[in-house]
Design a protein around this ligand. Structure first.
Ligand code: 5RP
Length: 240
């Protein structure tokens, strides 16, 4: 098992401080620590992205002992890889409440706010996170930031999309295909001075399906891996 440290968060790292191989190693360490939380028979939400790819590998190595575990994927890509690794993937509505959800993040601030949606999967990710009794976030240390900043991903309806973007302000469509639910992915590039106020404004804008700001009360635990090992931060969601 990776070593756990209960120390305070070190000074934030920047992506420029780290080479891709080091970041991949950190992502793998965080993912493997989270994989240890999974036992046979659990109902498990799986996020999307490169950190979750390490989680899938770790779970795939144990597919033979997780035959009764039921997994719910937040994207077609995650579902395909999980199935290929021998994990049982079902629809969220077939499984219902989840024991645990595990997912990556693009940014984590000191209060535990997340920015997610770098892979454009934040709408399904938020639904799955909200369906999980315990939601665990896995990140490499450079994802910890002193203050959240843009871009904040936003999924928007196609209908009236230009009206929605202009109501949001400072928001551009991302050059990616439609989401699995047929919507468009955009990025809000304005300031993030007050995450809760921005989250409320984005949610209240007609045409917005979901945004990538996840509040601390949605998060049970954040597993951060860096040069000093694996560190666990409590989130704002009480144990249930
Ligand atoms: C996808 C997400 C990812 O969790 C987030 O973008 C982090 O990705 P990665 O693990 O590749 O750094 O929210 O929509």
């Amino acid at each position: 098992m990776a070593s756990d440290r209960a120390s305070e968060a070190p000074a934030p790292l920047s992506r420029e401080d780290l080479d891709p191989a080091t970041i991949a190693r950190f992502k793998d360490a965080a993912a493997r620590a989270a994989a240890e939380l999974i036992q046979d028979g659990m109902r498990v939400g799986l996020g999307t992205g490169s950190t979750v790819a390490h989680l899938l590998s770790a779970l795939g190595e144990r597919a033979g002992e997780l035959t009764r575990a039921r997994f719910v994927a937040t994207s077609p890509a995650t579902a395909a890889v999980a199935r290929e690794l021998g994990l049982t993937v079902e629809e969220l509505d077939e499984v219902g409440e989840l024991d645990i959800g595990i997912d990556g993040a693009d940014q984590v601030d000191p209060a535990g706010w997340l920015v997610k949606g770098g892979g454009g999967a934040h709408t399904r990710e938020k639904i799955v996170a909200a369906s999980a009794r315990r939601f665990v976030v896995i990140v490499s240390a450079e994802k910890e930031v002193a203050r959240l900043g843009p871009p904040v991903p936003v999924e928007v309806l196609r209908f009236g999309v230009q009206r929605t973007l202009s109501a949001l302000g400072d928001t551009r469509l991302r050059d990616v295909g439609a989401s699995p639910d047929g919507n468009l992915i955009a990025d809000y590039a304005g300031p993030v001075t007050d995450a809760r106020a921005l989250a409320d404004r984005l949610s209240a804008t007609p045409g917005v399906v979901e945004h990538g700001l996840f509040p601390p009360e949605m998060v049970s635990e954040i597993i951060v891996a860096g040069a000093d090992g694996v560190r666990r931060r409590a989130g704002g969601k009480p144990p249930s």
